[in-house]
Design a protein around this ligand. Sequence first.
Ligand code: ADP
Ligand code: MG
Length: 722
Amino acid sequence: MPSPARLQAMHTILERQPVPVEPAASLESLWASDVFGLETMKSALPKDVFKSIQRSIRLGSKLDLGVSDTVAQAMKEWACARGALYYAHVFYPLTNLTAEKHDGFISPQSDGKAIAEFSGKLLVQGEPDGSSFPNGGLRTTFEARGYTAWDVTSPAWLMRTANGVTLCIPTVFVSWTGEALDKKTPLLRSNAVMNRQAQRLLHLLGETDIAPVNSSCGAEQEYFLIDAALGALRPDLQLAGRTLFGAPPAKGQQFDDHYFGAIPDRVQVFMQDVELQLYRLGIPAKTRHNEVAPGQFEIAPYFEAANVATDHQQLIMTVLKATAKRHGLTCLLHEKPFAGVNGSGKHVNWSIGNATQGNLLDPGKTPHANLQFLLFCAAVIRGVHRYGPLMRAAIATASNDHRLGANEAPPAIISVYLGSQLEDVFNQIKSGKLEGSAENALMSLGVDTLPDLNRDPGDRNRTSPFAFTGNRFEFRAVGSGQSVAGPLVVLNTILADSLGWISDQLDDQLASGASLEEAAFAVLKRTMDDHGAVVFGGDGYSSEWHRVAVEERGLENLRTSADALPVLERMEIRELFERQGVLTPLELESRFEVYTEQYILAIEVEARLALRMARTQIQPAVTTFLQRLASSIREQEALGLVTDRSVIERVAHLHQQLTQRSTELEAALQGAPHEVHGHLRHCADTLLPLMGQLRETVDGLEVLLDDDLWPLPTYQELLFVR
Ligand code: ADP
Ligand code: MG
């Protein structure tokens, strides 16, 4: 029988009643009903004001502050009519979380009455006391002013909680000297430089009508659901979001019976609740299904402009967590909540395009479009080859390290998967000629000979961290708990850099008299010669690839965040961000500081927690068990029965090991070096292995102790009881 606490949790679970979800009248009435988007603005604003706002949103032109009072007024009326008493500037600090500064609309009047008030000034700029947000030394506390500024390109929305309705305004968060303290500012900047460089290349290719180019993102979110009553009994899930101990259950995911299986009833209701809320928020949640591990699920919205998708992604995480609570569940967004079962990722599907040329990563049907496509695709390949380590750094967190390179997740080596058809085209380019064309000599070097590419080349390679999937790239190494902003900033920035390089090369070739086709082919060939090593279509999980990638292809295998984060300090990375105007050296430095601090903190918190759980929960249970065993043996001996001492001996051995390993971990925690690089290494090379050893001991004890003594809900209970 389980321990009393676990038993009580089970009773709670058995008695749970489904939480009713209010059915929607219709999708039309629900869709985006809580969003102050273009549609709403069109009917709420005078024509000229609407046009001005629309220009800022569509063309990225500077916001006309003259219209802000009118917009604020309309926004306030819209929100108040729906019950809002408060408004909040929402921003995205460097923690992967969402932050809000709430204010009341209320304005007391001299006659003792109160009215709701909201001005353009309050809409456009806020001043939260952001001094406690991590900023990596960008602001010392005596000048701890931070400003939020309205991002007009992402719509405002209403947040409904038990406390009422709040108008949420998406903002950037910057220091009083203008440095980015958040994840949105560089995302907007990276999109702008990508747009500039894409325009330049399109011009070179002869386009004259070119709409602003925007990046798009569709992020697939994986997550675990466990019952909240069981989760509450695990300090590790509460504090670290993952289990620090836990022996594998007799049945794990071996049967693959969860994947795409029937969704459990309680989870169905939860998902429906989540989706209804997302629809109100104008978030196009599309697919939902079980994932590989028991208790694991996925939600994927339809793709949107990267900036909006990023805000929506943050909202999805918030809604998932809050809704789970209402249904007596706990939603785990950690990348590896359970050892031995699959972890959770967030596949970031990314493409770029505009209203005139369409998706620039779509191979299309015509040769001309193929030429354009090949150059943009080559730009991506070059970017990944030059800056793969930066991509690795962009997904470097203590939690994602548990997943990368495990048997179910992409390796930490960043390569590009193109699919066999496209890989073949690029290989032909590399070899200097494209096969299958006999028309004429010039064309055999040119683009008319390129085959039509299928939209979806069919084959998928799940072992690649970065894969072309028909008309977009899918960055699969991103962690489930991360903001997608960081990865998107890197993708946009390295693409901008490569597009610039390609345009320079084309310019040179054209200046020396080459035709556009000849010039393009030469640039494509050079790109593949220099950067083709990053293209890989084989099994990314294999040990052979780990060897070949590093030894023969010269790619880096940055196994842990302790290896990956220092990439942010490299000169070429600093130059890249500075050249592109995405992050100043100071801003980059502050990011390095914040991310390393978070990595160190995450691991040290876990280490302290493991130690405390071992001493205050496991140790006492083991002692009781040993006493129980000893007295039982004494009784058996008194009766002259044959006694089996094997269990007591094994437990006694593990008990001693528990003490010893706890002591070692404690000493290591105290012996952390102060210098940041040493500290990083200490976490990765000393603390984590010691925690692993301690875990081994505890998990060994779990399968030997009497069940009624085991204090922690087991993997079986956590993964299978719902
Ligand atoms: P998977 O096979 O990887 O599970 P899904 O079809 O479930 O793929 O999800 C694909 C995701 O990619 C969705 O969010 C979808 O909207 C997004 N997506 C599709 N086309 C594009 C594109 N051109 N740019 C960005 N994202 C896209
Ligand atoms: Mg996917």
